[in-house]
Design a binder for this molecule. Sequence first.
Ligand code: NAD
Length: 421
Amino acid sequence: MGSVAVQETLNPFEIAQAQFNTAAEHLKLEAWLRDVLRRPKRQLIVSIPTKMDNGTIRVFEGYRVQHSLARGPAKGGIRYHPNVTLDEVKALASWMTWKCATVNIPYGGGKGGVVCNPKEMSQRELEGMTRRYASEISIIIGPERDIPAPDVYTNAQTMAWIMDTYSMTVGSTQLGVVTGKPLQIGGSQGRNEATARGVLFVTREACVEKKIPIKGARVAVQGFGNAGSIAARLLSEDGATILAVSDSGGGITNPRGLDIRAVLAHKEKTGMLRGYPEAEPISNEKLLELECDVLVPAALENQITQENAPRIRAKIVAEAANGPTTPAADEILHKKGVFLIPDILANAGGVTVSYFEWVQSLQSFFWEEAQVNQHLEKVMTRAFREVLAIAKKFDVHMRTAAYILAVGRVAEATRIRGIYP
Ligand code: NAD
């Protein structure tokens, strides 16, 4: 064994601050702006008493954090997971600020979370908890203030409950209070696939940069939910070979390529990936280390760290998940020549189509899917090229380049607006 490096922090908020600091240095940002932008503007902690099916009442803890409102209302998903912490939500909220600025849509950043295990809760319990959480955070959310969306283990149904609860509170239907809604109540065509489609658009661009034909490119995807499963399907429709996919129960691999539609049908039927007949099992750890052209982390934070980064053999890493790579791992991958498309760029397709959905909801005028996808492609490829140009100009990796672009935009907005009073 070689010498052991200094233990790196896995606290997502400390990581987010370190990423911000790097960009602030490059931009030579004024001290006061660093102080303002480093911390969230507003943090709300709520208790959520919920009637459980067995007649007891359980109190869950929930959060809603607004990091910056300088460029527009806060925007960001809501996560239900047993490991949610306030620091994680603060990190995710700040990443939303930088993400919206990277793709230049007029939002600030926010995020919410509830500490719970939705896999162990009935639909009725989830509805009760969601409605009470929505009611508790209704004092800071709203179509012009802060607009939630789905994240890990929340979905269109969750958004429908929040929209309905908020609408009941204010006395009229408010389509613009959440995005990622079902189509029947103001959702947008293409929103369900948007995060993955955005990953596809930037992966295509990265493949051009790295001179890897997407047709036949070998891809591994960690996480098989909204972001991961649809990214696997879209990439395979583009001609890529999907070598392996995984979910929280472990992964499956087939060096000749997986039939993603058949895998989706298997997961739909059995609730898990394991047991799919045309593949061998593979652990989440081993999947990350497969030799491949494109690795798509699409699960949770801190998957690629200084410990396993030396063993990553992908040529391109496209971060569908938020925060899957630590700063120390970033440096290791960069030195190895791995081309990493950072989360705040790679997965910005979700919030971009959320923005389109919000615009449609506020106008009650709805677009066709082709129009949504066309606008999304324009936003994602423009952002990719802007970030790449900065990476070349400053001689930095793509994450720092994206932060330089984003922090610069938010700093400029904050400077122009000035400090109140
Ligand atoms: P999801 O709930 O639809 O799916 C999560 C997936 O991750 C599931 O397949 C689950 O089994 C898997 N998973 C959980 N723990 C895992 C583990 N330890 N190892 C491997 N897999 C594990 O969630 P999602 O919306 O697809 O979100 C996934 C990631 O993408 C998150 O980081 C989220 O913040 C990010 N993201 C999502 C969106 C969106 O629009 N849904 C947008 C931007 C970013």
